[in-house]
Design a binder for this molecule. Structure first.
Ligand SMILES: [Zn+2]
Length: 438
């Protein structure tokens, strides 16, 4: 048996939002971490209902990437919190009611400056624990497994992604691409090229904001729409990882990602600062020096997780210039998502494996701490927005049968992974057993 993925690109015109500032650096190497083996999330995890899909062969037709049907389902700029699928809002409210979303204040910031919290909220304290301030929350990914160099790129897809793809292919490497929603709308052909080349896709939000400055509903829109467009463009694969823009996450933001969408938060431990090559913030020489320092460190624990971008010719060049040093220094290279966990997606081992017929494969369900707020809204200005309605163009409600496309399909046949298929077919039984045992 074989599995097919289908994607065709057509032009789409939307405004892109390209980030300009990444101003935080973390080169500390602490304890190596690796997610536990995956298992099937209990049936009551919201992600089951939010991104439900039928069995292969059920007639589901995903719209061609880049087609009008495909692009019309998504916001062209920052998501309107009044147009979020009601299932997402309901899942958020349920998580809040269950005490799973810490009730901590939003930060505020001016462009280019790290977010600040109101007096009385310690960004390094356990309650807030802001990643911007280097506070690490258990379960979030900062480090790679010992001896590994995790390859990942943020901010794509962009026109320079094509150069990167050619380089990666020439060196037989797969990368994890943390993608921006509006950039996908702007560059659908490049996005399709990334997918068809077999790379791994993860979430980098819809418009690249400082996430801790947002309300709960705004966070919902940023993560939900990006998760949805990835699912809807990869044959139904639900992403498993997300990386906050500027590395800006905290206990509240990461809890919404985990509890509503099943997303694990990924930061980094080695910042190239390559985003600032075009603004004079760093130079190719300085980045080379950083690589030499990381690659020749006396210990290979933890593994190296870099912050790199497919944002400019210069940033892509930085990776291509320094990649040849990695393996000769004894490091194992690989896609970040494949090195830190046992599956790239929540319902599929990787782009070449089938999508599970039932159940969602997830990593560790990490503990959530802190107090919970009383509703799904966190800002005083949004108290009336708990009664949001389902967007008429929503594709997040599992009703994929309404999504049709007349575009030709490009199929790619891939051998089954026997063990994985066994798990996929046995998912209902396994989840039932888990429920009984629990
Ligand atoms: Zn970014």
């Amino acid at each position: 048996m074989f599995w097919s993925i289908f994607l065709v690109a057509l032009p789409a015109v939307h405004a892109a939002l390209i980030p300009s500032v990444h101003d935080h650096n973390d080169e500390s190497h602490a304890v190596s971490s690796r997610l536990p083996d995956t298992w099937y999330q209990p049936d009551d995890h919201p992600v089951h209902a939010l991104f439900k899909r039928g069995a292969p062969g059920d007639g589901t037709n995903y719209p061609a990437v880049g087609s009008p049907t495909w692009s019309s389902a998504y916001p062209v700029t920052s998501p309107d919190v009044n147009q979020l699928p009601k299932e997402w809002v309901n899942a958020l409210n349920a998580a809040v009611s269950a005490g799973k979303i810490p009730n901590i204040p939003q930060s505020s910031n001016t462009p280019g400056v790290n977010p600040v919290y109101p007096a009385g909220s310690d960004p390094n304290g356990q309650q807030v624990c802001s990643a911007t301030y280097k506070c690490r929350i258990p379960g979030d990914i900062w480090d790679g497994p010992t001896g590994t160099f995790s390859i990942s790129f943020d901010d794509g897809p962009t026109p320079v992604s094509s150069t990167l793809l050619q380089f990666l292919q020439a060196h037989n490497e797969i990368a994890t691409h943390f993608v921006i929603g509006v950039n996908i709308l702007q560059n659908p052909q490049v996005f399709q090229d990334i997918i068809n080349a077999g790379h791994d896709i993860a979430v980098h939000t819809w418009t690249h904001p400082y996430m801790t400055t947002l309300s709960n509903l705004e966070i919902l829109g940023q993560l939900g729409w990006t998760t949805e467009i990835i699912r809807n463009s990869t044959g139904g694969r639900v992403p498993k990882y997300w990386r906050p823009p500027f590395g800006d996450s905290d206990a509240r933001v990461r809890a919404i990602a985990q509890e509503v969408f099943g997303l694990t938060t990924v930061i980094w431990n080695s910042d190239t600062e390559d985003w600032s090559l075009t603004s004079g913030g760093t130079t190719q020489s300085q980045i080379r020096d950083s690589f030499i320092k990381w690659l020749t460190a006396p210990s290979k624990t933890p593994g190296i997780v870099t912050l790199e971008h497919e944002l400019s010719t210069e940033s892509v060049t930085a990776f291509m210039n320094n990649y040849p040093m990695i393996q000769p220094n004894g490091w194992q290279t690989g896609s970040l998502a494949r090195l830190i966990g046992s599956s790239v997606y929540q319902n599929s081992k990787d782009p070449n494996s089938p999508v599970a017929l039932a159940g969602i494969v997830v990593g560790a369900s990490t503990p959530s701490a802190g107090n919970s707020s009383a509703s799904g809204t966190s800002s005083t200005s949004q108290s009336s927005q708990t009664q949001t309605t389902t967007s008429s163009t929503s594709t997040g409600n599992g009703n994929q049968s309404s999504q049709t496309s007349n575009a030709a399909l490009v199929s790619r046949d891939i051998p089954w992974n026997l063990a994985y298929i066994l798990i996929a077919f046995c998912a209902p039984t396994l989840t039932a057993m888990v429920s009984i045992l629990a």
